[in-house]
Design a protein around this ligand. Sequence first.
Ligand SMILES: *[C@@H]1O[C@H](CO)[C@@H](O)[C@H](O)[C@H]1NC(C)=O
Length: 145
Amino acid sequence: MTNIAILSSFLITLISVEVVLSLECYVCDRQEDNLGKCAQTIRTCEPGQDVCLTEISWGSTPYWQQGALKQYYISKNCSTKEYCAKYRRDNMPLCTHIWYQDWKCSECCKGDRCNYYIISGANKIGGLRNVLFVSVVLSIIYKIL
Ligand SMILES: *[C@@H]1O[C@H](CO)[C@@H](O)[C@H](O)[C@H]1NC(C)=O
């Protein structure tokens, strides 16, 4: 192999290791929409946190108000697979999507910044970017070797 090939495969290995070790997730706490913090704040997760968690809830403001309108609350964070799966399971009975009730749903996803989109019900969007990234890296490695 030429020096350049060795160097690039080294760099790619480094990048891949980086991708595996430090997951990045969007992080926000009970925001009213998916535009501000929830779409802009990115955190590098702790080692061992291997999924991104998204929670969407629907309800009225925490303090009582007559005729208070219900609205969405969106939270996102890093999580471990085990914790997120348990959290999701616990929320499952609350995940009704019935507009006149309060409800709460959560999702776990794998991959950098995979919790950008709110996944609610059956419409899953996103995640394609990572598939593309992995296939580009693989095809580069394939060409070098
Ligand atoms: C995200 O999770 C960490 C623990 O891993 C916690 O300390 C932090 O407060 C959480 N952030 C939000 C915005 O909920």
